[in-house]
Design a protein around this ligand. Structure first.
Ligand code: 13P
Length: 254
């Protein structure tokens, strides 16, 4: 069975004081979480603090983005090797907010995925359609294009060294969650598409759901056969809610 992963994407929120409280709150409550893997993705400036506070715990952490370049004259960017240097396990790539607000294309995202892999980071590839695309019946076409760009660039085995997060854009930060059935349909579609290239990768890769996941809907979502955890935005900013989702991950796989 795939181990559920519950990862918090803090986005551009918080301060040093908030991050300290949140990390300490999560640390204080994880002892009873036995099946789910727990991870947080704070903003870059708080990664050092995260490394210090999470030392000696099983809680993993990562970044919300990574440069597609290994290093050099790229003002403002952060390389995969720097993230490794701060003890990161994960790097989110291709979040819809970066595709939308930073103009990231499938080609850019695929290079970021490859760059993360090359340093031993585990990329979390975000895929997902907008409301307009869903209404036009283009959901599968859109998520396939997000997925295929990485498979073409990194190979299916490369993809298999990462994690996928299905995040319908219309469900992010809106309070509107995909129904477990809607999410499961897309997760199953993604897994079948990977299976056409490699059955082994398809059965092993974790596909998380993201988009208004919260304590009240997490267990039902994660109970679906192809949903292997969550990438949590708003609800990851409160230790109690985030921990409740981690417990839902445990309950769903008990
Ligand atoms: P919300 O949980 O706030 O909807 O955000 C989801 C998300 O974008 C996680 O990456």
């Amino acid at each position: 069975m795939r181990q559920p992963l519950i990862a918090g994407n803090w986005k551009m929120n918080g301060s040093k004081a908030d991050s300290t409280d949140l990390l300490n709150g999560i640390k204080a409550g994880v002892a009873d979480i036995v099946r789910s893997e727990v991870a947080v993705c704070p903003p870059f400036p708080y990664l050092y603090l995260t490394e210090q506070l999470l030392a000696g715990t099983l809680i993993r952490y990562g970044a919300q983005d990574v440069s597609r370049e290994p290093g050099g004259a790229f003002t403002g960017q952060v390389s995969a090797s720097m993230l490794k240097d701060f003890g990161c396990t994960y790097a989110i790539v291709g979040h819809s907010e970066r595709r939308l607000f930073n103009g990231e294309t499938n080609a850019t995202v695929a290079r970021k995925f490859a760059e993360a892999l090359s340093t031993g980071l585990v990329p979390i590839l975000c895929v997902g359609e907008t409301l307009e695309e869903r209404e036009q019946g283009k959901t599968e076409e859109v998520v396939a294009s997000h997925l295929d760009a990485v498979i073409e660039h990194c190979g299916v085995d490369g993809l298999g060294r990462g994690v996928i997060a299905y995040e319908p854009v219309w469900a992010i930060g809106t309070g509107v969650t995909a129904t477990p059935e809607q999410a499961q349909d897309v997760h199953a579609f993604l897994r079948q598409r990977i299976a056409a290239k490699s059955g082994d990768v398809a059965s092993a890769i974790r596909i998380l759901y993201g988009g208004s996941m919260k304590p009240s809907n997490a267990e039902e979502l994660i109970r679906k056969p192809d949903i292997d955890g969550g990438l949590i935005g708003g609800a990851a900013l409160k230790a109690a809610d985030f921990l409740a989702i981690c417990r839902a991950g445990d309950a769903a796989t008990a």
